[in-house]
Design a protein around this ligand. Structure first.
Ligand code: NAD
Length: 281
């Protein structure tokens, strides 16, 4: 590697992504030349079926790697030569690394959520956690939660097949028991829970609302959200108001970016500095 890195992000509606700034600022401080290119297939007149073509093209054009985001994290898997153990477990890839002819898929979202939670809520109890949302982000969250030694993870998603698939994957790979419940039953399960995580789009720009009524949040609980636009979702605001300890979605963004930067460059990012960048953006 000659100290020049061409990388990119493939996803839909990524025009306002913070990833270029997060990566390029950190690269600048390491004294390497780094270009982070946004590639939105929908703007190129392409769709999900063409993701394999884009991966091949990027490799041939000399990209070091790619980040992959919604809605391609699962579709990309079949176009790769190899998967890291985490990407294989989650069935989802957010980072592709090229090495000659080979493309390897990684998943840094799990690390992102785990680090974000540890930074904002160090030492909170995670014996029983309730999680709403079992999609792409939800899979990474559930795996990260299980990694904290959680005894019981209660999982709810409007798509119960999705929730059951994720529950099986987590139980195969950890000592955590995962129970799947209907979204309507979440409020009742909060009575005994240590914490609640929102991994649905509810609360993001264009998706107002929150996954549970505010009056079911107990002050002893912690509450985390994966949404970062806005950083203060209705859920985070309500939880803070009721006295809960909270973690917004910013940590996951910053730490997944830092882990991808490390994969692309082999350099050790300064995660606190990247966090400060995120807060300033
Ligand atoms: P996704 O579409 O893959 O999954 C969302 C899941 O939520 C779906 O399975 C859906 O059925 C479920 N759901 C929706 N409304 C629900 C409800 N009311 N009750 C129960 N389940 C419900 O989406 P995703 O890629 O997982 O993204 C989810 C959110 O996470 C988005 O807002 C995205 O911006 C955010 N996200 C944040 C980060 C980060 O770094 N902080 C990373 C990835 C995604």
């Amino acid at each position: 590697m000659d100290g020049r890195f061409l990388v990119g992000l493939i996803g839909a509606n990524i025009g306002t992504s913070m990833s270029p700034a997060l990566h390029e600022r950190e690269a600048g401080r390491h004294g390497v030349r780094y270009l982070y290119q946004l590639i939105d297939p929908t703007l190129l007149g392409l769709d999900g079926r063409d993701i394999g073509e884009l991966i091949t093209a990027a490799r041939r054009l000399g990209f070091r790697g790619l980040n992959i985001t919604h809605p391609y994290k699962q579709d990309v898997v079949k176009h790769l030569d190899e998967l890291s153990p985490e990407a294989a477990l989650l069935g989802a890839v957010n980072t592709v690394l090229f090495d000659g002819e080979r493309a390897t898929g990684h998943n840094t979202d799990r690390y992102g959520f785990a680090q974000g939670l540890a930074r904002r809520l160090p030492d909170v109890a995670t014996g029983h956690v309730v999680q709403v949302g079992a999609g792409g982000a939800g899979a990474a969250v559930a795996s990260a939660i299980a990694g904290t030694g959680t005894r019981l993870l209660t999982l709810a998603d409007l798509d119960s097949d999705r929730a059951n698939r994720l529950a099986r994957a987590i139980m195969r790979s950890s000592g955590t028991t995962v129970e799947v419940i209907a979204p309507a039953d979440v409020s009742g399960r909060l009575r005994q829970a240590d914490g609640l995580v929102n991994a649905t789009p509810l609360g993001m720009e264009g998706h107002p609302g929150m996954p549970v009524p505010a009056d079911h949040l107990r002050p002893e609980m912690w509450v985390a959200d994966v949404i970062y636009r806005p950083l203060e979702t209705e859920l985070i605001r309500a939880a803070r108001h009721r006295g809960c300890r909270v973690a917004d979605g910013g940590g996951m963004v910053v730490y997944q970016a830092a882990a991808s930067f490390r994969l692309f460059t082999g350099l050790t990012p300064d995660e606190e500095r990247m966090y400060a960048d995120f807060e300033a953006l």
